[in-house]
Design a protein around this ligand. Structure first.
Ligand code: GLY
Ligand code: MN
Ligand code: MN
Length: 466
């Protein structure tokens, strides 16, 4: 990323503000978060802030006014602190390095912000994302108001800066796509490594060799090793490694459950690379060989994903992949008796009644980018709301779903989760399967950025035999 690219993004914010009547945007990065005494959680910058600066130091703020002037506040140089915590860029170097017009110590924030806000038509900041920010802005506006008799004018309105930045972030540029592809490829390698480790640990122990009971955390360790050795800074979210019935708990984390021969293992894990996420799920037999019941369910989920991928292309709606996947899943549930045809009727009846939700209770995807669940409107901006029935049967006003465009990135992640229940064939009990890939919408269709890891049952078995 050349600095001019960040400058271009900031210029676009200024232009958008200008078109909306002028004003000034202000944006803090994320705060540091203590974990326990003297020890913080690993620091992660704010995604919006990073998007406009490429700067990862805590304690930083950015303002952009509609005339295009940019001001950065950052931690001052401080030899004592730098000995303990590391080098700080400091305001003097920030001007050249980050290409902003001016930079000050964050110690001057409260004194300077009222001056920056004076005589601006409006103030833009991210609503409801930074604890206490509204109160801080109120305080600065109060100081501007106190100076009215000296000729200062107070901004007349406040707007949510997220609306501007969300639209920009929704369409990924070439620089972002290159990183997302690399992140996807590293994560794919990590899934391969976890599958191979599972197979190796479940192989018959060599006579005389110490036997280690294979557990979920062993596979998690392989994922983290692979992420980090390729330069990923952190996992994009807490890894899910779910053995057997744990896969039916949607937000299960990697624990210490034993990986047993005959059970499946579901891994949902992805690395974050240079501020960008990846998000992959694979489900595989711990010992490398699907049972017939597992294979039956697996092939249905895979067919659902294939159907969803087919309709992930420009001009389609965000909900089209979900609808396509759900139809395949519902038909599969009827075919194998998870849903009783006599009771539930045809596939259209099942889609209408929502009976499939007993086994498939989440959406088929979400935007992905700097945040694993990335920002961006899921409905089409500027469109008129229309009346629709919600899942509970209530009539609600809803805007039509977002139309997919080249440069958008979304996940495609259908699944089936079978909890033991009356009327459900026992052979499927406690099987949970999800298959998830990251799709970049291209000019004509989509590119799966995470297919470095096998996805068909045959390919997975071959990999685990190898
Ligand atoms: N890993 C989070 C998700 O799949 O949405
Ligand atoms: Mn996901
Ligand atoms: Mn996931």
């Amino acid at each position: 990323m050349t600095q001019t690219d960040y400058q271009k993004r900031r210029a676009l914010v200024a232009k958008t503000l200008k078109a909306a009547g002028g004003g000034i945007a202000l944006l803090p990065t994320a705060p540091e978060a203590p974990r326990n005494r003297d020890s913080d959680y690993p620091y992660r910058h704010d995604s919006y802030f990073y998007y406009l600066t490429g700067f990862t130091e805590p304690g930083s703020w950015l303002t952009i006014d509609s005339a295009g002037k940019t001001t950065l506040f950052c931690r001052p140089k401080d030899l004592e602190r730098e000995i303990w915590d590391g080098i700080r860029l400091g305001p003097k170097a920030a001007v050249a390095q980050l290409g902003v017009d001016e930079a000050f110590s964050v110690d001057e924030l409260d004194a300077r912000m009222p001056l920056l806000l004076s005589n601006q038509a409006a103030v833009w900041f991210p609503f409801a994302t930074h604890k206490g920010l509204e109160t801080q802005v109120d305080g600065w506006l109060g100081k501007v108001r106190a100076r009215i008799r000296y000729g200062a004018e107070c901004p007349q309105s406040q707007h949510d800066l997220c609306r501007v930045l969300d639209e920009m972030r929704l369409i990924k540029d070439a620089h972002e796509i290159a990183i997302l592809r690399r992140a996807g490829s590293i994560s794919a390698g990590a899934h391969i490594r976890a599958m191979q480790t599972s197979a190796a640990m479940l192989r018959k122990p060599v006579k005389g060799a110490a036997h280690v009971v294979p557990r979920e955390y062993h596979l998690e360790a392989e994922l983290l090793h692979e992420f980090r050795r390729h330069g990923s800074q952190y996992p994009a979210y807490t890894s899910i490694v779910a053995a057997g019935a744990n896969a039916c708990v949607l937000h299960y984390r990697a624990g210490d459950t034993e990986l047993k021969s005959g059970d499946l293992c579901l891994i949902d894990a992805g690395c974050e690379l240079e501020g960008y996420a990846s998000d992959i799920t694979r489900t595989f037999p711990a010992n490398g060989k699907f049972t017939p019941a597992q294979r039956t369910l697996y092939d249905i989920v895979l067919a659902a994903q294939v159907a969803a991928i087919k309709v992930t292309k420009p001009g389609k709606r965000f909900t089209d992949p979900h609808d396509a996947a759900t139809r395949v899943l519902a038909q599969g549930m009827l075919d194998i008796g998870l849903l009783d045809k006599k009771k539930h009727g045809s596939v259209d009846d099942v889609l209408q009644s929502g009976a499939y939700r007993q086994f498939y209770m989440h959406r088929t995807g979400h935007w992905m980018g700097m945040d694993v669940h990335d920002c961006g409107d899921y409905t089409e901006p500027g469109s008129k709301p229309r009346q629709e029935r919600d899942p509970l049967g209530e009539m609600v006003m809803k805007k039509p779903p977002r139309i997919l465009r080249a440069g958008m990135v979304l996940t495609i992640e259908p699944g089936i989760y079978v909890r033991p229940a009356k009327g459900v064939p026992k052979e499927f009990w406690n099987i949970g399967i999800r298959i998830e890939d990251d799709a970049l919408v291209t000019a004509k269709g989509c590119e799966l950025m995470t297919r470095g890891v096998p996805v068909t049952a045959d390919e997975i078995e071959a990999l685990m035999r190898g």
